[in-house]
Design a protein around this ligand. Structure first.
Ligand SMILES: *[C@@H]1O[C@H](CO)[C@@H](O)[C@H](O)[C@H]1NC(C)=O
Ligand SMILES: *[C@@H]1O[C@H](CO)[C@@H](O)[C@H](O)[C@H]1NC(C)=O
Ligand SMILES: *[C@@H]1O[C@H](CO)[C@@H](O)[C@H](O)[C@H]1NC(C)=O
Length: 467
């Protein structure tokens, strides 16, 4: 009897031993197979914990249940703001429809303990939340942009090449999100996969401040040539293209260069589904420069079921045809006399050059900056906004004359330098700081800056073209 027991015990032990060996072997193979275990040397990866607050009830996924199928990974960027991260993750996890559909990957730049603790808490409390850490690039001359770029490239490589996801939603810790954030991106994924001329889905409207939008149109989605970022989705295919040439700094402006963009557009909603949480964000990388604009944009309280919207709405041929018709049928307005505008009509205003554009932008309080010749939210140079409860299109001259020529419009990259000059002029010449002829290249003006001890300011302004 004893012998039998002992034999069976030792038999169990040897089975157990075999299982352990197989497990060790498997993990070793997985480790070898992981493409980037070089990267992992400098990294802590905290896998999602399975004994989490939500119950282990539903590990077997019925194949026909769409609500439990993969949609995308959500890559959350953070670095030094624990309160912002807590706020952002709380919202993401409150809205996330299911942990099967969205894997949340929190990517922390550096080591700040308070941030690590927040991330770890969410990993522990929720299913399918992971935490990865990037070794922070040293910051030189108080310029944070190279560190941001390095972190972005590293984390996106991780999400697409390490975790092998084919769709990733990128967010940042200082963003609040709308109630239909996930519904929008699930729909956006179909859009992204059905139209090669669309390279990103963004939840952000750069001109999304209260008076500029139609707050009744939560379902309204536009195409834009200007990469908006701030809550956006991209595909693995695109990342494979972008990753090798990803720049060392200012990656978002790089995405706005014609040679990178290659005529592709993003989609963006009329009503932003993300907004900057100003209280928790601090000044941000741009030193609070855009604060006035950003603080007017709030995440939508609209709650749209995007699955009811046809994907074809924003597909290029259909969308372009409709936009052309809208511009054709719009009524011209004169900014000198905007009384008597009627809700039932759309309106249009022409601009012929950068000065025209600047005047209009200032009048309507749009963002005035230009990148790669593009205005924020522009689509073939057309910018749309609400004014006195009416839809208004700001239209470049060639399209104004002949709307069917919409897609022949080409952005002029020189506009970046011209625009910089106009802003320089507004700051130094129109304010009478400098009384002579306004030309930053003239010996007189350079001498003036030297005399004031402002030569560095002049250099920092960047390349300008006098217009
Ligand atoms: C985690 O999310 C991914 C992506 O949506 C999904 O494929 C996976 O099944 C999820 N895992 C769990 C345990 O929910
Ligand atoms: C964390 O900080 C230590 C030193 O403070 C450093 O050696 C290590 O590389 C850092 N890790 C990351 C992921 O930044
Ligand atoms: C302004 O517009 C109104 C209504 O369209 C029109 O009756 C009026 O004559 C216009 N005034 C000027 C100065 O053009």
């Amino acid at each position: 009897m004893k012998r039998v027991l002992r034999r069976s015990a030792s038999k169990h032990a040897s089975t157990l031993f075999k299982i352990i060996c197989i497990l060790v072997l498997c993990s070793f193979i997985i480790y070898l197979k992981s493409e980037d275990h070089d990267l992992q040397k400098n990294t802590a990866i905290h896998a999602p914990r399975s004994n989490s607050r939500e119950d282990e009830d539903d590990i077997l996924i019925p194949a026909d249940n769409k609500d439990q199928q993969f949609v995308a990974a959500v890559l959350v960027f953070c670095a030094t703001r624990p309160d912002a991260l807590r706020n952002h993750l709380s919202q993401i996890l409150a809205q996330r429809p299911s942990h099967f559909q969205y894997h949340i990957i929190v990517s922390q730049d550096g080591n700040k303990t308070a941030v690590t603790q927040v991330a770890q808490k969410f990993v522990k409390d929720y299913k399918n939340v992971s935490h990865i850490q990037h070794e922070k690039t040293e910051i030189k001359k108080r310029n944070n942009y190279p560190a941001i770029s390095a972190h972005y490239k590293w984390a996106l490589d991780k999400a697409f090449k390490g975790f092998r996801y084919d769709h990733v939603i990128v967010t940042e810790d200082d963003l609040d999100i709308g109630n239909d954030f996930f519904s929008y991106f699930r729909w956006g994924k179909q859009v992204l996969n059905s139209d090669d001329t669309i390279w990103c889905v963004s939840a952000w409207n750069d001109n999304g401040g209260g008076p500029l939008i139609d707050s009744t149109r939560g379902d309204l989605i536009w195409r834009t040539d200007f990469f908006p970022g701030l809550g956006w989705m991209l595909t693995k295919k695109l990342w494979n293209e972008l990753s090798p040439g990803f720049p060392v700094a200012y990656w978002d402006d790089w995405m706005r260069k014609p040679e990178v963009r290659k005529s592709r557009s993003c989609i963006r909603p009329e009503i932003s589904r993300t907004s900057h949480n100003m209280k928790l964000a601090g000044k941000g990388s741009s030193g609070g420069m855009f604060k006035d604009y950003l603080s007017k944009i709030s995440a939508s309280s609209a709650n749209i079921d995007f699955s009811l919207l046809p994907v074809t709405l924003v597909q290029k041929s259909i969308y372009d045809k409709r936009l052309i018709e809208q511009i054709e049928n719009a009524r011209p307005i004169d900014l000198q006399n905007t009384t008597g505008m009627e809700k039932t009509y759309n309106y249009k205003i022409v601009y012929k050059n950068i000065r025209d554009w600047h005047r209009l932008a200032a009048h309507f309080k749009l963002m005035t900056d230009i990148r790669g010749g593009m205005q924020r939210t522009a689509y073939y140079g057309v910018v749309t906004l609400m004014f006195q409860n009416c839809r208004v299109f700001l239209v470049p001259e060639s399209t104004y004359r002949n709307p069917s020529q919409l897609t022949s419009y080409v952005y002029d990259s020189e506009w970046d330098k011209q625009n910089r000059f106009i802003e320089f002029e507004a700051y130094y010449c129109k304010t009478k700081k400098y009384a002579g002829k306004c030309d930053p290249h003239s010996p007189e003006m350079i001498a003036f800056f030297k005399k004031k001890g402002w030569k560095k300011r002049l250099d920092d302004w960047g390349e300008m073209l006098v217009v």
